[in-house]
Design a protein around this ligand. Structure first.
Ligand SMILES: C[S@@+](CC[C@H](N)C(=O)[O-])C[C@H]1O[C@@H](n2cnc3c(N)ncnc32)[C@H](O)[C@@H]1O
Length: 339
């Protein structure tokens, strides 16, 4: 199956895929290690862009993220490996559902009366109708687990495309932007087939790496204080569809904080993770605007084995309160061969 349109996600590595592939396979080749024999752990998976890149290049991908919406994407994009014969038919059935005034409509559309407008009324009711139907099918066991995650990942990504936000879910826009006025259509989250099994986890990275085997450990943690749980809370609410209490003007739900987002704990967290990792090759993506400087990272890496560094410069638009500007960011790939 082909690739579907990617999510606009903070720190997504989609545009860096060629750089990552070239650097990682280059390091392995130089050591005579065959990539296709390796277990690759993507410990901070986000959109699963990196896991998807390696899915059919390695023996096995193990994908992980502490956010539930990312776990849902991984259950589909990484763990799903065989064709779903009923995929299109099930999506068609979802398109025919009558609108439902459910949790998303109540808390996050103007019609719900809470003065929040993350979605148009019609799209929020459609999200509710589809999500409630998926819960029903799942409870009745009338769809398989593979189908459930394929459909839920399709709903998450399609909902994100009609969200009325500037980019993340920290706030909504006052009036409905053009893309948010479009009717939500649940389009398929196509995944790559694979002859090998691949797995998805929903854990803290530190906890994960103590339990899974790996030859290659790829780390792409948050770089700064922006918590993913807060910035993508609505995706968790759609994915979990649990009983939650939205707080304040923005309707933020309770979220999990990350040690990687705190200036005073991030160095120690990285050190601990490298100490307990079993993988022979460890790669860390981090840019030059992060909480840790390249020098600090080099010091920590040098404690645990042979260290080297690759870098890639890229230019992007950055919006600030005054004006958009063109900035150059250096993306680093820190490499460790564990001793
Ligand atoms: C920079 S993003 C990863 C982007 C990803 N490589 C991609 O291409 O989409 C960082 C990810 O780390 C996750 N995260 C933050 N703290 C974590 C932790 N302690 N354990 C596991 N995942 C964590 C966040 O939810 C977020 O998805």
């Amino acid at each position: 199956m082909g690739a579907s349109e990617p999510m606009n996600y903070i720190g997504s590595k989609l545009s860096l895929a060629p750089f990552l592939l070239k650097s990682i396979s280059g390091v392995l080749e130089a050591r005579g290690v065959v990539l296709s024999d390796c277990i690759f752990v993507d410990a901070f998976a986000g959109t699963c862009a990196v896991g998807r890149l390696f899915k059919n290049r390695v023996k096995q991908v193990i994908s992980n993220d502490q956010e539930f919406y990312s776990f849902v994407l991984a259950k589909n994009y990484i763990e799903n490996t065989t064709p779903l014969q009923r995929g299109t038919k099930l999506l068609r059935e979802l398109e025919k559902l009558p609108p439902l005034r459910g949790k998303i409509y109540t808390h996050y559309a103007l019609g719900g009366g809470q003065n929040r407008q993350y979605f148009s009324d019609a799209n929020a009711m459609k999200i509710d109708a589809v999500r409630a139907q998926l819960a029903h099918w799942n409870a009745q066991k009338s769809i398989s687990e593979n189908e459930f995650y394929f459909l839920l990942a399709s709903l998450l990504e399609s909902s994100d495309k009609v969200a009325n936000t500037a980019c993340v879910y920290g706030a909504f826009l006052k009036s409905l932007k053009k893309s948010a006025q479009k009717d939500l259509c649940v389009s398929p989250a196509h995944f790559d087939l694979s002859p090998n099994p691949h797995y998805a986890y929903h854990k803290d990275a530190q906890e994960l790496i103590a339990h899974v085997p790996a030859h290659i450990l790829y780390l792409d943690p948050p770089y700064n204080a922006r918590e993913y749980g807060a910035n993508y809370h609505l995706l968790n609410s759609i994915a979990l569809y649990d009983d939650f209490t939205p707080q304040g003007k923005t309707g933020l739900r309770d979220y999990q904080k990350s040690a990687w987002c705190k200036k005073n704990s991030v160095a120690e967290t990285l050190d601990m993770l490298l100490a307990s990792a079993q993988a022979q090759f460890i790669f860390l993506s981090y840019n030059n605007e992060g909480l840790l400087s390249p020098k600090q990272i080099a010091q920590i890496f040098n404690k645990h084995g042979k260290y080297s560094l690759r870098s890639h410069q890229h230019t992007r638009f950055k919006t600030n309160v005054y004006s958009p500007s063109l900035t150059t960011t250096i993306e680093y790939l820190h490499v460790l061969e564990k001793s």
